[in-house]
Ligand binder design. Structure first.
Ligand code: IMP
Ligand code: MG
Length: 194
């Protein structure tokens, strides 16, 4: 009787039955597929409205943004170009001025174009802070950030994210592009390892 009156929540049953998780322990689903799709659609509409004219380059930070970016750009209803950056952070996590090395840096000129940097999650904000300074030097017409998740814990990040999908719990999250040791990127939902 109990099983009928309080069925197992869909999110938990996903974790129990998902063959992608075989041998891995994941605690709970934080954002399911439907919620992600709805929010990404809304973000696409916000971004479309925010750039009524001019050239727009959507610049994804690899690898974490790859699924988010691919869903997002299909909801931005205006012309745009897509490129990617691969950045590696240096240094000790206790140092506030993080240095960033660009492992892949697009040849595309950003001068006079709107550049929208797409990031999976803003945690400390160090990677993005260093990167934004580097991108500013290239004289874009505007430079903005779109982050799927924001943990709201960054203490040394001065650039506000213009577009944010969700405020996220301060837990280690995986799926929809986010990894733990390169695992879990292919989950269609976002889950917590905590
Ligand atoms: P930040 O420089 O501390 O803001 O973190 C930058 C990068 O760390 C993000 O782009 C992610 O690749 C990774 N990261 C931060 N938090 C998480 C998480 O909860 N799950 C997976 N990756 C994360
Ligand atoms: Mg990562």
């Amino acid at each position: 009787m109990r099983a009928m009156s309080s069925p197992m929540p869909a999110a938990e049953s996903v974790l129990l039955h998902d063959p992608r998780l075989r041998g891995h322990k994941v605690a709970r689903v934080v954002f399911d597929e439907q919620r992600l799709a709805q929010r990404v659609n809304a973000l696409g509409a916000e971004i479309t409205a925010a750039y009524p004219e001019g050239d727009l380059v959507v610049l994804g930070l690899l690898k974490g943004s790859f699924i988010f970016l691919s869903d997002l750009v299909r909801q931005i209803l205006r012309p745009l170009q897509i490129d990617f950056l691969v950045a590696a952070s240096y240094g000790d996590a206790t140092v506030s001025s993080g240095q960033v090395k660009l492992l892949y840096d697009p040849a595309t000129s950003f001068k006079g174009k709107h550049v929208l940097v797409v990031e999976d999650v803003i945690d400390s904000g160090r990677t993005l802070a260093a990167l934004m300074d580097r991108l500013t030097e290239r004289e874009p017409r505007s430079l903005a950030i779109c982050a799927l998740l924001h943990k709201r814990i960054s203490t040394h990040f001065n650039h506000a994210a213009t577009f944010v999908g969700f405020d996220a719990p301060n837990e280690f999250l995986v799926g929809y592009g986010l990894d733990h040791a390169e695992n879990f990127r292919h989950l269609p939902y976002i889950a917590s390892l905590a």
